[in-house]
Design a binder for this molecule. Structure first.
Ligand code: SF4
Length: 687
């Protein structure tokens, strides 16, 4: 970086921000990171990096990082402590909760920022040491709807195609995603394709994003109306006979049931709900069906709705009808938000499934044999159910690894109230984030620059993370903290690992689709799973023959149920929330350092016509209020946003945008409805 000494050493690793998973070389000198550069021949980023990957590492040696375990004293103050004292305190207090209220009074949360090895041990700790399936991670609030819909319909809850398929696609269907800001290197690869005229894009998004401007079609729908819009596209494909009859005959069931249901979903009917002209819906359907291979990439604009899982099912219907599955340049591809969110959930930080997304029922015996211990029998709670149980007094202790739930979960008032009711809150993280400020014990974790392990990106690629620096102060890798805590609770013999690689080898032993992914083979570039043995090159495209759960897939009938969030005279705007280019999620990492100078706080984006009507000036501090709470943040006048709609990022703890968001949830997996809150806006101080 600028004004930094030259690097003395370069270490090959993976970017710790988004789910693209760019390979990096980390330059260090005198115990600090001085530079991060892209790996030139990396399969994912091919020599590129975005601003976050290149410049977002100042958090690593930040003076605000916690260097010692902290225990909350009776007077409410933190007291620094040694590791054994802190771990004994946690062990004793967890034991007391388990003895008094049973193991299901404890919840454990894994981290999308931590490695696969860390997360494997998080769920093993919950299931084996605590004795509960109450284990989850932040996938719950982003792409669990994608994983659930894809698992139900196709048998595997992960992207069907690799990023290299971008260069093979003729058409992109980009739904509720803004890769230019949220997945910049993937956004750039798509943009290259469009600029060269090699492919066309259909963007379905309320906002006029960069890719929407470059797309052949931009369907600027009202937030919350994905299902009717996608049903109408399917209507056109079926009614006009645009579907792939050969593919459907050989591999798809349920066409007649879908056809009769879709009869009512004409583009005209959808147009009235979505605010998109019927002619555009027809054109989009024809383009998607007629210019294969067509690659669908979707983001949280699909999943973070009360019909999130069902929205993904509608996308899968389109791909099944048009034969855009099991071939190069096609597929259904959720753009995962965080570096290792795919890995955290897949390692088993999910109440209902074990490592490798294997079902509890079918895999219980395998895991009990591998772990030499019985698995619990009660159904586990997901993150949102844990918060409800805490509020109701049934969940007494929560152990949180690298996840700022206070700032991240929708409807912050409910989160705070639930956290206050806990007897024990333990946070393991780099910084005293907003959740940690309410904790009883804080355990300082090593960053991903300070440990070995692996991440799994959005295309199912597992890549090695390598240590560039020693852990700061007394910080320790997450997996090591869990091993020591297991020992303090008397179960150390089940957590006896010399290093991250020995944990990974246990993962490979219990997860047949990952058995071939040895550290030695992951060397450079990593490998895509399924990869079943050491000779398997890994699989770029899923479902080439049959589907993971059988020879055929079944189309789903999904009816439209409007969200409970409605605009009215008092709350006339529809608010969506999302990420911006320079910041990342709770700002724990990106909020420290040069990225903050580029975008110092969150902004409330409003259409110029609305701003003029309300006589608001650009940059003015506004109060945003919903039926659930209010927050203050500066206005950014933006033609990207449609009249009547608002968009805000959610990175700044001082703004705490989730004070405003709605408590509505996806009806199937309970992801919060971040993309739709009815709101009003006033000048701050005058509300
Ligand atoms: Fe990191 Fe994502 Fe940027 Fe790549 S695109 S450098 S993985 S933040």
């Amino acid at each position: 970086g600028l004004g930094q000494p030259p690097a003395e050493r370069w270490t090959h690793s993976v970017c710790a921000y988004c789910g693209v998973g760019c390979e990096i070389e980390v330059g260090t000198a005198a115990d600090a990171i001085v530079s991060v550069r892209p790996v030139l021949d990396a399969p994912v980023n091919k020599g590129h990096l975005c601003a976050k990957g290149r410049n977002g590492h100042a958090y690593e040696r930040s003076p605000e990082r916690v260097r010692q375990p902290l225990l909350r004293q009776e007077d409410g103050q933190w007291q620094a402590s040694g590791w054994s004292q802190a771990l004994d305190a946690v062990a004793q207090r967890l034991r007391r909760v388990i003895d008094t209220h049973g193991p299901d009074a404890v919840g454990v949360l894994g981290s999308a920022r931590a490695t696969n090895e860390d997360n494997y041990l998080v769920q093993k700790f919950a299931r084996l040491v605590i004795g509960t399936h109450n284990v989850d991670c932040c996938a719950r609030v982003c792409h669990t709807p994608s994983a659930a819909a894809m698992k139900m319909m196709l048998g595997t809850g992960a992207a069907t195609n690799s990023f290299d398929d971008i260069e093979l696609a003729r058409c992109f269907l980009i739904v509720g995603a803004n890769p230019s800001e949220s997945h910049p290197v993937v956004g750039a690869r798509i943009k290259q394709r469009l600029l060269r005229g090699a492919a066309q894009a259909i963007v379905i998004d309320p906002r006029r994003t960069e890719l929407a401007r470059q797309a052949r079609l931009h369907l600027a729908l009202r937030p919350g109306t994905n299902v009717p819009l996608l049903n109408a596209m399917a209507h056109v494909i079926v009614e006009e006979g645009l579907f792939d009859a050969g593919f459907v005959a050989a591999r798809v069931e349920g066409l007649e049931a879908l056809r009769s249901f879709l009869q009512a979903w004409t583009p005209e009917r959808a147009a009235a709900i979505c605010g998109v002209p019927a002619a555009q819906i027809r054109e989009a359907a024809r383009l998607y069906a007629g210019s294969g291979p067509a690659m669908c990439l979707h983001g949280l604009g699909v999943t973070e709705h009360s019909q999130g899982t069902e929205g993904v099912m509608c996308l899968i219907n389109l791909a099944l009808l048009t034969g855009n599955l099991g071939r190069r340049g096609a597929g259904i591809n959720p753009l995962r938000g965080q570096n290792n969110v795919q890995g955290a959930a897949l390692m088993g930080c999910e109440p209902g499934t074990l490592t490798g997304s294997q079902s509890l029922e079918a895999s219980r015996a395998r895991f009990e044999a591998a772990w030499q211990a019985p698995l619990p029998h009660n159904r586990g709670l997901n993150l949102l159910e844990m918060m409800d149980a805490a509020e109701a007094g049934r969940l007494k202790a929560l152990y949180v690894v690298g996840f700022d739930i206070d700032l991240s979960l929708a409807h912050q008032a409910a989160t705070r109230s639930a956290l206050r009711k806990l007897d024990l809150l333990v946070v393991q993280d780099l910084f005293l984030n907003e959740t940690a400020r309410q904790a009883d014990v804080f355990l300082p974790a090593a960053s991903s620059f300070e440990k070995e392990g692996s991440f799994m990106n959005a295309e199912r690629r597992v890549q090695r993370v390598r240590r560039s620096l020693p852990p700061l102060g007394e910080a320790r890798p997450d997996w090591q903290i869990l091993c020591e805590l297991a020992a303090a609770m008397g179960l150390g013999e089940h957590f006896n690992y010399a290093d991250a690689e020995s944990i990974w080898n246990e993962v490979r032993a219990v997860w047949p689709d990952g058995a071939g992914l040895s550290y030695a083979r992951l060397g450079r570039g990593g490998l895509l799973w399924p990869c079943r043995d050491e000779a398997d090159p890994g699989q770029a495209v899923l479902h080439t023959e049959g589907f993971a759960n059988g020879p055929t897939a079944t189309l789903r009938v999904v009816d439209y149920r409007p969200s409970a969030e409605r605009t009215d005279a008092e709350f006339p705007f529809l608010l969506s929330t999302g990420r911006n280019l320079y910041q990342f999620n709770a700002g724990t990492m990106s909020g420290r350092g040069p990225l903050s100078d580029l975008r110092a706080t969150d902004t409330l984006d409003m259409n110029p016509a609305d701003a003029a009507r309300l006589a608001f000036a650009d940059g003015e501090l506004l109060q945003l209020r919903s039926r659930h709470g209010c927050a203050e943040l500066p206005l950014r006048i933006s033609g990207q946003v449609q009249p009547g709609q608002l968009f805000a990022s959610f990175h700044d703890p001082a703004v705490a945008l989730n004070r405003v968001t709605s408590p509505e949830r996806d009806s199937i997996v309970q992801a919060p409805e971040y993309k739709l809150t009815a709101a009003q806006v006033a000048r701050a101080g005058q509300a």
